[in-house]
Each structure stands twice: as structure tokens, then as C-alpha cells.
Design a protein around this ligand. Structure first.
Ligand code: F6P
Length: 517
């Protein structure tokens, strides 16, 4: 397996440290634009379906040069190529990382480790899309309930909302993720079994929340008079055996080399295909594939995901920013921040490198956000005048998909104005009315919110997270940090009924007493 050199051991790391001390710390965006008439061109670029302006970032040409040097010294390109070739870069689980194969065309060139996988991908994709078309044509099914959590929920939920404009009318989509029965009970309330299709989405088919919800949904279906489980339940999983044992015969599989948070391109994407159809789903995959090809082949200097990932390293490890905010200026992109939270924080929220050695530098930032302009009236105050600097990302769409007069120019003007205000600031009034400015932002533009644009944007984000993770030398594809809580919950659950507090710490014991009857 191609290993990366951890960034703090690469010669460029020390050079970046001194560049930060001598120029980076005092860098001023306003001066940078005055000094360099070509700054916008230098730090903005076209990539498939996405235009990105990085020129309002706290970065100059020398810093970017050093970051690119760092990337090369760390072996970013070799690590990227190893991922595409199907090497087991998820070393702690001894797995390949091949979500990119899910969006590769059937005739894409493959290597020895991916040829049979690509055939399986297309056989499953064709079967799943044929099923989606069949269900779309079946007007007795009016409600689709996706039961899944994490990667088996966030992607489909986000994309079905984002691409609502492309959805055929006549079907409602519901997403149940939480083990909190209020959620499932609320959804079931309005449903009739003969009109409902349940999708049980779980890579492992063992996740406690999903299994609990699936059992309850099945019970509800049978108790409400439903008799056709095969027609009203389908499972999306790598564990087809477990799904069959559960009583579901309609299954669409995927593979252990698809991480949960990278799985919306697989059978987990069935709700998206049900909403926007086989053609729409293929367009989503095509957009992502175009970005994959860009990441795989563009020189790092003009490689958008790589440039973004390098900027993330610069912000996190030199400026020491601890969080990043994202503001999609399109209400259909409302769930994008939640989706990206899992993608970035579950991938890169690690404290040891791939060989298990502790890291002496920060990794994943906290990622958070709400759609604009809503955020402007909530937390943007802090972004403009707070004591911490938080890089902000704007996502704007040039063409609206509605014809309500005046709204879209107002929306776009707000996005541009916020980015401008963060950068230029305002110092003439003093005290409370001062805006320090020099606050960084990145601005993404799509021409229209299409399946291709969404696919490309999400793939761009995946590769950006790959880039920072590779430089940090971590395994971005495991998630051991979710295990301990799962084990402890299993221990605590029976104690809520028995009241047994033996061996518990005083706080957990005290709270358990409060919560048990
Ligand atoms: O607990 C975390 C996690 O394993 C995520 O990585 C995953 O997306 C989610 O749970 C759901 O897992 P599954 O699809 O196996 O039910």
C-alpha cells in the first residue's frame, strides 16, 4: 500500500511554519487584492459543474506553493492513485476504498483490482434502477419510508430534498433515523400499509437504531393488515443474509469497500432514484464521476479538491482555526451541512495516524452551518465580530428554479454582500460598530442546481476531505470512535428497568435514577 509521509515530518512543514510566522499571521486580504491585480484569477477556478473562488482566503502564492510542495512530499498523488486502484488504504479494516467506482461508467478503464467490482457495480445499479422505475410507475405506492441512520440516511435525505425540482409528483418521502420512537410514530401516523414502501437501509444490517425501527415498522405493517412484505419492504445492505433472515427478500447489495458516509452512490441511493428516476440518478453519478476524473488527473496546482484540502490544512494547523461554517444560499440544500458534517468529522476526527501513533497537531475542524440568509439573522454576528475567526463557505446557484419575482437577486446579493463584508470590514465608527474584516471565505457557484452539479459538489468535498486526511497521515475511512458509546448503551439499557447501578460512576448512576421509574 502506498503510504503517505505524515505532514509534520515533511520538509515543507517547517517552511510553512516560518512562512506563517513571517507573513501568514499578518496576512491582510485587502492588501493582497491591492498588491495583486490577478488575485481573483489566480485563486479561483472552474471544475466540473462547480466554480470556486478561493481568492477571499488567507493565502498567497508563496503559501500555496509551499502547500503544494507539502502535498507532493507527503505523497498525496500516490495515495490518491492507490485509492482509485483499489488498494487497501483503509488499513485498520483492511479494505479498499472504492466509492469512486460506483460512479464510473461501465466501460471505464479498470485495473486488475477493480475490473470485476465494476461489473458488479453496474449489474446492481441496473437492477436497482429497474426496480426504482417499477415503483415509480406503481401509483398505489404513495409513501416511501427510508429507515436508516448516518450514511444510510443523511445522503439520501439531503439529495431527495436538494433535487426535489426533478422529482416526479405522486410520492412522499419520509426519513426515519432516530431510535427515538417519536420519529417513527409520527411518520406512521399518516400512512396506510397498502400505499407504503419501507426501505431498510443499513450497510451492516446490525445498527441498533435501524434494527429497532425496522422491527417496529414491520410490526406496524402486519398489525395494520399488510400481508405482502416482499412488495412493501426492500433492504439496502452489504449484509443480504441478515436482511433475508429478517424476512426481506427484495434486497439490493453493496460492498465493504463503500464506507457508510460515501454510500449514497450505491444501493443506499435508492430513495434518490425513486424520486428523480433512473436518468436523474445516472446524472448524479455522472457529475460525481466528472469530479473524480478532475481529482484524479488535474495537476495539483489546478486541482480543486486538492487546493481546498490544502487550504484546510493551512487553516487548521497554522492559523489553528478550529471550525468551518458552510452557508448554502439555496433552501433545497438545507441538509447539506448535516451531510458534510458526517463526511468530514467522521472521516477526519482522528487523534492517531494510520499506524496508531498520536498526532501532535489538530485534525478535523468542527463543520457546521445553516442556509443563508437564515444564518445571517442568527450567528453571523459572531462570524463578523466574534473573537474567533471561522472560515465561511458560501454555495450560491445562479439560476433559480422558481419564478417568484425579486427573490433570487435578493438572495444572491446577500451572499455576495456577506462575503464582501467579512473581508472588507468597517473601521470608521469605532467600538461596537467596528467590523475588523479580513475574515476568510470561499465561494462556490453552480449555474443551476442539477443532479450533475450536486454530484460534482459532493465528490469535490469527498476528495477535499481525502486530501487533508492524507496529509495528516490518518485513515479517513474507519470510525472506531463510534464504538464505545454503542457498547455502553447496551449495558445501560437493561439497567433503566432494573435500576441496577452497580459499577457505574456517580454521575451516570444519579442520572439513571432520575430517568428510570
Ligand atoms: O455508527 C456510525 C456508523 O457506522 C456510520 O459510519 C454509518 O454511516 C452509520 O453508523 C450507519 O451504519 P449502517 O449503515 O451499517 O446501519
Amino acid at each position: 500500500m502506498a503510504m503517505t509521509l505524515r505532514c509534520d515530518r515533511a520538509p515543507a512543514w517547517a517552511q510553512l511554519q516560518s512562512a506563517f510566522e513571517t507573513a501568514g499571521r499578518q496576512f491582510d486580504l485587502r492588501h493582497a487584492f491591492v498588491d495583486d491585480a490577478g488575485r481573483f484569477e489566480r485563486f479561483s477556478q472552474e471544475a466540473p459543474f462547480v466554480f470556486a473562488d478561493l481568492s477571499k482566503g488567507l493565502i498567497d502564492a508563496r503559501t500555496e506553493e509551499l502547500l503544494l510542495k507539502l502535498a507532493r512530499e507527503c505523497g498525496l498523488e500516490a495515495h490518491r492513485d492507490a485509492m482509485f486502484a483499489g488498494e487497501h488504504i483503509n488499513n485498520t479494516e483492511d479494505r479498499a476504498v472504492l466509492h469512486t467506482l460506483l460512479r464510473a461508467p461501465a466501460d471505464a478503464p479498470t485495473g486488475p483490482k477493480t475490473a470485476s467490482e465494476l461489473r458488479e457495480v453496474h449489474a446492481t445499479l441496473d437492477a436497482m434502477l429497474a426496480y426504482a422505475e417499477k415503483v415509480r410507475a406503481d401509483h398505489t405506492i404513495t409513501d416511501v419510508v427510508n429507515i436508516g441512520i448516518g450514511g444510510s440516511d443523511l445522503g439520501p435525505q439531503m439529495a431527495v430534498l436538494a433535487l426535489a425540482e426533478f422529482a416526479a409528483p405522486g410520492k412522499r418521502f419520509h426519513f426515519v433515523s432516530n431510535v427515538d420512537g417519536h420519529e417513527l410514530a409520527g411518520v406512521l401516523q399518516g400512512l396506510a400499509p397498502e400505499h407504503t414502501l419501507f426501505l431498510i437501509a443499513s450497510k451492516t444490517f446490525t445498527t441498533a437504531e435501524t434494527m429497532t425501527n425496522a422491527q417496529s415498522a414491520k410490526r406496524w405493517y402486519e398489525q395494520s393488515g399488510g400481508t405482502d412484505i416482499a412488495g412493501h419492504f426492500a433492504a439496502l445492505t452489504t449484509n443480504v443474509e441478515a436482511a433475508k433472515k429478517f424476512g426481506i427478500d427484495t434486497t439490493f447489495g453493496f460492498w465493504d469497500w463503500v464506507g457508510g458516509r460515501y454510500s449514497l452512490w450505491s444501493a443506499i441511493g435508492l430513495p434518490i432514484a425513486l424520486a428523480i428516476g433512473a436518468d436523474g440518478f445516472r446524472r448524479l453519478l455522472a457529475g460525481a464521476h466528472a469530479m473524480d476524473e478532475h481529482f484524479r488527473t488535474a495537476p495539483l496546482e489546478r486541482n480543486l479538491p486538492a487546493r481546498l484540502g490544502l487550504l484546510d490544512v493551512w487553516y487548521r494547523n497554522f492559523h489553528r482555526f478550529t471550525s468551518r461554517s458552510i452557508a448554502p444560499y439555496h433552501s433545497a440544500l438545507k441538509r447539506v451541512p448535516a451531510y458534510l458534517q458526517q463526511l468530514e468529522m467522521e472521516s477526519n476526527g482522528k487523534q492517531v495516524d494510520a499506524s496508531g501513533k498520536p498526532l501532535a497537531f489538530g485534525t478535523s475542524p468542527v463543520l457546521w452551518g445553516e442556509p443563508g440568509t437564515n444564518g445571517q439573522h442568527a450567528y453571523f454576528q459572531m462570524l463578523h465580530q466574534g473573537t474567533d475567526v471561522t472560515p465561511l463557505e458560501f454555495v450560491a446557484v445562479r439560476d433559480a428554479s422558481h419564478d417568484l419575482e425579486g427573490h433570487h437577486p435578493k438572495l444572491l446579493a446577500n451572499a455576495l454582500a456577506q462575503a464582501q463584508a467579512l473581508m472588507v470590514g468597517k473601521l470608521d465608527e469605532g467600538g461596537h460598530k467596528n467590523f475588523p474584516g479580513n475574515r476568510p471565505s470561499t465561494f462556490f457557484v453552480f449555474e443551476k442546481l442539477t443532479p450533475e452539479a450536486l454530484g460534482a459538489f459532493l465528490a469535490m468535498y469527498e476528495h477535499r476531505v481525502f486530501t487533508s486526511g492524507a496529509l495528516w497521515g490518518i485513515n479517513s475511512f474507519d470510525q472506531w470512535g463510534v464504538e464505545l458509546g454503542k457498547v455502553l448503551a447496551k449495558d445501560i439499557e437493561p439497567r433503566l428497568a432494573s435500576g441496577d447501578i452497580t459499577g457505574l460512576d456517580a454521575s451516570t448512576a444519579g442520572l439513571l435514577k432520575r430517568l428510570s421509574r
